[in-house]
Design a protein around this ligand. Structure first.
Ligand code: MG
Length: 340
């Protein structure tokens, strides 16, 4: 998310109907029937999970850092030519929060909501471009506030529908490569600590599930299978409706037209961000550079759309970012779990 957006990532009146978010406002994980991480596949917290999470996080950070370069007007001519700017590319809030997600997974082998929001608050860096509501919420958490009350009270009690829960979550999906359903469930839990509107939650679930499918031990799926797989795990929502349209437009080659239909984050809402990002990621599996340029060139909330796409595409081994791009990108902080 960019802090300079004039739009407000919260819903207008009237109030949305009760939903799964209501469950989480009490702090309890939703979906009580879901399996625990230990029920499936690789042992949680295994070195392989960490490696997959880090691979996605590196891609997310490159997408975020390089994408944010194109908010600089002087770089727009480079964007048109698909050329990268010189110098060091600093990542933004997308990467900073994703680092907390992976760190909490490594420590708890699941999403611990209190630990996650504590890490968000501890690592909060005002200069990384957080949205105004999250800036305020994390300050209040640092001062002893309860995230359950604070996140639930945002936007007149509707909760935020911003894209902030989706932008940070791809590494979690890569972690659960063996279990997309669990990826979506853990993403749902993770969203509530800052974003309690059902659309923001659905956006996070969609991105995590997409990254899980991308990171599949059997290799990434076809674009259509990826979007169908994600849709099978989503609640009824505007995000899901957008993904249905994205699926119907997989054969469109004009990304600008697709972005005009689906949105590309100009409203910084989950439903305005996630469908296009997943359309671009699905078509760009195995091709980090191509996916990046397609996403960046349509504009919008470019650091976040490119962070989402980068995190999903890099979750598969074939989709790693180019080494020369990784070298230009600011290094991940030293508190992120190290790979083997
Ligand atoms: Mg950002």
């Amino acid at each position: 998310m960019t802090s300079d957006s004039s739009s407000t990532p919260g819903p207008p009146s009237p109030a949305p109907p009760p939903s799964a978010a209501d469950v989480a406002q009490s702090g309890s994980p939703a979906g009580s029937g879901a399996r625990s991480p230990s029920d499936s596949g690789n042992p949680p917290g295994s070195a392989l999970c960490v490696e997959r999470g880090l691979a996605s996080l590196r891609g997310l950070s490159v997408g975020d850092a390089l994408g944010s370069q194109f908010f600089v007007p002087a770089n727009l001519a480079l964007l048109a030519r698909r050329e990268v700017p010189a110098g060091r590319w600093q990542w933004t809030d997308d990467t900073q929060m994703a680092c907390s997600v992976l760190t909490v997974l490594a420590a708890h082998h699941r999403v611990d909501q209190d630990a996650l929001v504590a890490s968000f608050a501890l690592r909060h860096d005002f200069d990384r471009g957080y949205g105004p509501a999250v800036n305020r919420l994390l300050r209040q958490v640092r001062e002893g506030g309860d995230w359950r009350e604070l996140a639930g009270a945002l936007f007149k009690g509707h909760g935020s529908w911003g894209n902030g829960a989706a932008m940070r979550i791809a590494p979690l999906g890569a972690w659960y490569a063996h279990d997309p359903e669990q990826a979506a469930h853990q993403a749902e839990i993770s969203a509530y600590v800052t974003h309690q509107h059902p659309e923001a939650v659905a956006g996070a679930m969609a991105v995590a599930a997409a990254a899980a499918f991308s990171a599949s031990p059997d290799g990434p799926p076809t674009p259509l299978a990826l979007l169908d797989g994600v849709l099978s795990l989503l609640p009824h929502s505007a995000v899901a409706a957008g993904l249905v349209r994205a699926r119907d437009m997989l054969d469109y080659d004009d990304a600008a037209t697709v972005a005009a239909v689906l949105g590309c984050g100009r409203r910084t809402s989950a439903q305005d961000t996630v469908p296009f990002a997943l359309w671009s990621a699905a078509r760009g599996l195995g091709d980090f550079e191509g996916a990046f340029w397609t996403t960046a060139q349509v504009g919008g909330d470019v650091d976040t759309t490119c962070a989402i796409v980068g995190g999903i595409v890099a979750a598969s081994g074939a989709g790693a970012p180019p080494g020369r791009w990784l070298e230009r990108t600011e290094a991940l902080p030293d508190w992120v779990p190290a790979g083997s």
